[in-house]
Design a protein around this ligand. Structure first.
Ligand code: PBG
Ligand code: ZN
Length: 327
């Protein structure tokens, strides 16, 4: 079909036509809201580089969770800031840890909201790495047991799904086995399967107080230059029992989302990370971008690339717009 017989502009003449031929639709059910929970009562510490987000004590987490549910958001993902840190991240798998208590409180008050938990050690270790430190290196195999214990403790507290983000080899299998052995074979694993060593995590590390105290995460998170390797990472996690596979970050990795979507049958999640959020917020604050429009364009692009669900700090704002029919 060639001009002048075919005129693509015909189907863009008005909003009704545009709606009819729209290929990608952002929906409430696509959204997962990340929340940070901290010990204490009535705490709501603003996170400077993530306007609109806070370190929340459990009562505020419950309140925000209820608001999310009210707006029609299906799920939250919880991150914890423990009261104390140590080399073995003991608060990550403590029965009365902050995340474990937050899970209980949310499930108690907002039972039909899906509670996903981030499973990692970096916010709980004094060295800030995602695994056990041995000298100057991160000991892969020694970390697996602690990660499995963390996931299991979340399930015991009532989590609906666990999401390992550490990038140790073999952790999905280890977590699957620990859950199955303890009668949690019904709890799904959302694996951060293709997680890159990205500088877009900067604001998050401030929010979660989880920056490594020495070195960086390059020996466990993926090299941003690699795409084929992402497919190997995903296929390993699928083999090990992942139920959902994630690509993270989202925007600089839309090609990875697309390829994972094409090669695998499992649901694909994408993490619209803290730095991606901060960039839009910062530009909007200066009046350089229309925040609402850029947000919707961004989330739609992530979905168009192939994501079935999007973890995003924009979830509440996007949900509000979608409810008002502005998606
Ligand atoms: C913990 C974790 C990180 C993020 C999610 N889980 C940070 C990191 O790996 O250093 C990043 C999320 C974001 O930037 O929004 N391993
Ligand atoms: Zn980590």
């Amino acid at each position: 079909m060639l001009f002048p017989d075919y005129r693509p502009r015909r189907m863009r003449m008005n909003e009704t036509l545009r709606r009819m031929v729209r290929e990608t639709r952002l929906e409430l059910d696509d959204l997962i809201l990340p929340l940070f929970t901290v010990d204490g009562k009535n705490v709501k510490n603003p996170i400077p580089s993530m306007p609109g987000h806070y370190q929340l004590s459990i009562n505020h987490v419950v309140q925000t969770a209820a608001q999310a549910r009210e707006l029609g958001i299906p799920a939250i993902i919880l991150f914890g800031l423990p009261a104390r840190k140590d080399p073995l991240a003991t608060q990550a798998y403590a029965k009365d840890g902050v995340v474990q208590r937050a899970i209980k409180a949310v499930k108690d008050k907002v039972p039909d909201l899906t509670v996903i938990t981030d499973v990692c050690l970096c916010a709980y270790t004094d060295h800030g790495h995602c695994g056990v430190v041995e000298g100057q290196t991160i000991d892969n195999d020694a970390s697996l047991d602690l990660l499995a214990r963390t996931a299991l403790s979340h399930a015991k507290a009532g989590a609906d799904m666990v999401a390992p983000s550490d990038m140790m080899d073999g952790r999905v299998a280890e977590i699957r086995e620990a859950l199955d052995e303890d009668n949690f074979s019904h709890i799904p694993i959302m694996s951060y399967a293709a997680k890159y060593c990205s500088s877009y995590y900067g604001p998050f590390r401030e929010a979660a107080d989880s920056a490594p105290q020495f070195g960086d995460r390059r020996t466990y998170q993926m090299d941003p230059a690699n795409a084929r390797e992402a497919l190997r990472e995903v296929s390993m996690d699928v083999e090990e029992g992942a139920d959902i596979v994630m690509v993270k970050p989202a925007l600089a990795y839309l090609d990875i989302i697309c390829r994972v979507r094409e090669e695998f049958d499992l649901p694909v999640a994408a993490y619209n990370v803290s730095g991606e959020y901060a960039m839009i917020k910062a530009a909007a604050e200066r009046g350089w971008l229309d925040e609402t429009k850029v947000m919707l364009e961004t989330l739609t692009a992530i979905k168009r690339a192939g994501a079935d669900m999007i973890l995003t700090y924009f979830a509440l704002d996007a949900a509000q717009l979608l409810r008002n029919g502005r998606g």
